[in-house]
Design a binder for this molecule. Sequence first.
Ligand SMILES: [Zn+2]
Length: 493
Amino acid sequence: MPRTVLLGSIKHESHTFNRFPTSFALIRRQGRREGAAVVQAHRDTGSEMAGFLDVAEAMGWHFTTPIAMNATSGGRVAADAFAGALATLEAGIRAAGRLDGILLALHGAMAAEGEDDADGAILDRVRRLVGHDVPIAATLDLHANVSDRMAANANILISYRTNPHVDQRETAHRAARLLARAMDSRVLPISVVERAPTLVGFDRGRTHTGHGPMIDALAEADRLERDEPGVLAVSVNGGYSHADMLDAGPSVIVTGEGDAAVLRRHAATLMRMGYERRAEETVRLVTIPEAIAAMREGPFPCIVADYTDAPGGGAYGDATPMLRAMIEAGLTNTAFGAIFDPKAAAIACAAGEGAKLHLSLGGWIDPEFSGAPIEAEVEVRKVSDGAYVHDGAYAPGTRASFGPSALVRVGGIDVIVATENKNILDLQQFRIFGLDPARLTAIGLKCMHGFRAAFEPIAARVLSCDAGGLTTYDYGRLGYTRVRRPVWPLDAV
Ligand SMILES: [Zn+2]
């Protein structure tokens, strides 16, 4: 008799210092589907759900897809949106009747209003519903903050191994294959997690530089998987430091069979390495003057990430200091993507292509992190519905949208003004406005790491700039009250 497996996805990275809850309306706009629509939306994408479907179909499983939910990082998920997602998942489990296995794609650093450990709450709920004999497997972003409750309620937990995250579908394959194994075996695997008193470690999960603590940890993870009996999977998590929750920070998960104490010892040994090398980072953030000098001097195209106002890290996306410096420097043949400013986008769209007008750009959320608005005379170069489809290495096939948006020229710089706060991950996000990133002299963009997958191949120089936004490393500015203490670098440990 074929297996019946539930495939689900509930993903959000929640920046708990972002003052806006991530609302149900926003989630529904950006990506929330139920039932057959889940399959339709994900099949030909680089997502975990596509990976789940690959294996489910290859294995001939019956499957049900009650929910897939994903939204750009931001404030805590609104209480009603979280309760709704849980209810939909629960209804899917009840409607399925007998289930042989559960496959979930989670982020691992989701917080909801009233629930710091939302991923733990999801896994706990599912476990209560299906009991202890049904294996549960979940994939995680390597920026997960992994709680004991998550590990205790999942048999299999597997994190991405790349950052930028180009292995989402492959990670799902790994999880699904381990679930298949678990459904066929009499003893279910377990997962254990180890953390350390630090908010950061493993080079924040960076792998694109090809060296550093994360690369070394993954090599050791490979060795453990290959050589150690009972070890099925080792996941190294850089953690997500912008969450004020008890277990924020890096972790190591070991999934395996046999003695939990042995698995735990492997996790602890690897975590100790991450802790000892916690200050070691392969990317240095440059200052704004350094960024401007690079954009002037090349080599070109020179791409600078506005790293500390990254929508993908939960920042507001309306910060102006870096763009303001670019305008003041008089750069030309240069683009900036994107300023999240629904009001400015609406005004520019209404004015239409070719219009020249005064516009207030960005800086409308929190001047402490976003700077003041840029007051400028602009020309509207292009108006768009903002929709794009990734065709690069990062989550190819993904459909997303800036919402109604405009390309406006300020001095010599073409600036994308967006209604939705979107990370820059793909060249198509510029191309839909008629810009060819490879032909530009310089580009400023809001993202931490993810852009590198698509943009490094066309760039002559890539830098990341600290312009003081909400995804700052200056943790003392944020005001933690809930994370365990002592914890580095808030405390000397
Ligand atoms: Zn991540």
